[in-house]
Design a protein around this ligand. Structure first.
Ligand SMILES: Nc1ncnc2c1ncn2[C@@H]1O[C@H](COP(=O)(O)OP(=O)(O)OP(=O)(O)O)[C@@H](O)[C@H]1O
Length: 313
C-alpha cells in the first residue's frame, strides 16, 4: 500500500504544485490521478518514487517512510512508464525488457523466459520482436515494450504517467485493453496519471481528482459521477453522459463533408466520436479531418460533438 500524508511541493515562496495531499493507494488497485493540466498529477507521481523530493509531508510504502530508503533502490523496486517511453536505442527489445532484472543480478535464463512471457503478455510475439531494435518499432509497439520493461522485475508497484497519451486512438484502445487484462491478472498497485476522463473510467478502480494542487475527491467513478463532493467535480465529470453517448456513435455521424485543409490531424470515419474528442484534447485542436479508407472525406468540429449532449442528440 502507498500512503501520502500532508504531501506538498512548493516552488519558491508561494507557488504550490501540490498542497496538503492525503491519499491512500490500496494494494492491487489501479488509482487514476485525474485532473486538468498543471493540477499537480505528475509532481505527485514523481514524489512517490522520489524523482521529486517533497517540501513537506511524507510517502509511506507498506508503512515505511520512503525517505528512509535509498532512492535508486526504491526506484528499482517500482515500475515506471511514461508517455514517450525511453528505450535504449542500441539494445534490442529483449535486452531493453531485461534491463532491471539484469541490474538486479537475476538469473539470465529465468530472465530470458520472463522476457518472452512478458512480450506475449503485452501482445508482441517474442519470436518476431525479441531481436528487433527500438527504431524498427511503431509507437504502439515501443510503448508495449515499455510496459513489459516496467513489469520485468515484477515490482508490486507501477507508476504510469500518461502511458498511452502519445498513441493514436486505435493503438491506444488496443494497449488499454491489453493493459486492463494484464492488471486483472497481475493485480499490481498502480498509480496512473491521466487527464483523459475516458481512460480513467476505463482502467481505474478508483479516481483521485485533483485541482490546483489539491485533492478534490477520491472514490470510484460511480462516487464521483453520482456523488460529486464539489462543484468542480460535478463540472469536470459532467461531460460523462455526453462522452458515453459519443462512444456509441461513429465520427461520421458528426462530420461535415468537404475538403480537409492540408496538415490538419485526421481521424478515421469508423472510429467512435469519443476518440475524436480525445484526439482534439491531445492535440489541442477543435477541428479534425475525417478519412475513410485513407481518403479525406470531411471535417468534424468540437462544437458538433458538444451538441451531442443528453437530450440534444
Ligand atoms: N520545476 C518546476 N518549477 C516551478 N514550477 C513547476 C515545476 N514543475 C512543475 N511546476 C508547476 O507545478 C504545477 C504542477 O505541475 P505538474 O506537472 O505536476 O502538473 P500536471 O497535473 O501533471 O500537468 P499536465 O497534465 O499538464 O502534465 C504546474 O503549475 C507547474 O507549472
Amino acid at each position: 500500500m502507498i500512503e501520502v500524508q500532508g504531501l506538498e511541493k512548493r516552488y519558491g515562496e508561494a507557488s504550490y504544485a501540490v498542497r496538503d495531499l492525503n491519499l491512500v493507494f490500496p494494494d492491487g488497485e489501479l488509482t487514476a490521478l485525474l485532473g486538468p493540466s498543471g493540477c499537480g498529477k505528475t509532481t505527485t507521481l514523481r514524489m512517490i518514487n522520489r524523482l521529486i523530493e517533497p517540501t513537506a509531508g511524507r510517502v509511506l510504502l507498506d508503512g515505511r517512510d520512503t525517505r528512509d530508503l535509498n532512492p535508486e533502490a526504491l526506484r528499482r523496486g517500482i515500475g515506471y512508464v511514461i508517455q514517450q517511453i525511453g528505450l535504449f536505442p542500441h539494445l534490442n527489445v529483449a535486452q531493453n525488457v531485461a534491463t532491471v532484472p539484469d541490474l538486479l543480478g537475476r538469473d539470465r535464463r529465468d530472465t530470458a523466459r520472463r522476457v518472452d512471457d512478458l512480450l506475449a503478455l503485452v501482445g508482441l510475439d517474442p519470436a518476431v520482436y525479441r531481436h528487433k531494435k527500438p527504431a524498427e518499432l511503431s509507437g504502439g509497439q515501443a510503448q508495449r515494450v515499455g510496459v513489459a520493461r516496467a513489469l520485468a522485475a515484477d515490482p508490486p508497484v507501477l507508476l504510469m504517467d500518461e502511458p498511452f497519451g502519445a498513441l493514436d486512438p486505435l493503438a491506444r484502445d488496443a494497449l488499454q485493453d491489453a493493459f486492463r487484462d494484464i492488471q486483472r491478472r497481475l493485480k499490481k498497485t498502480v498509480v496512473m496519471v491521466t487527464h483523459d476522463i475516458d481512460e480513467a473510467l476505463r482502467l481505474s478502480d478508483r479516481i483521485a481528482l485533483m485541482n490546483a494542487g489539491r485533492l478534490e475527491q477520491v472514490g470510484t467513478a460511480d462516487d464521483l459521477i453520482h456523488r460529486p463532493a464539489s462543484a468542480f467535480v460535478r463540472q469536470f465529470l459532467g461531460e460523462d453522459a455526453t462522452l458515453r453517448q459519443l462512444a456509441g456513435q461513429p465520427v461520421a455521424a458528426f462530420m461535415t463533408p468537404g475538403p480537409v485543409p492540408a496538415g490538419m490531424p485526421c481521424i478515421d470515419a469508423t472510429l467512435n466520436a469519443r476518440s475524436a474528442l480525445s484526439v482534439m484534447l491531445r492535440d489541442g485542436t477543435d477541428t479534425l479531418g475525417v478519412t475513410r479508407g485513407g481518403e479525406p472525406v470531411g471535417t468534424v468540429a468540437w462544437s458538433a460533438l458538444r451538441t451531442a449532449g443528453p437530450g440534444s442528440a
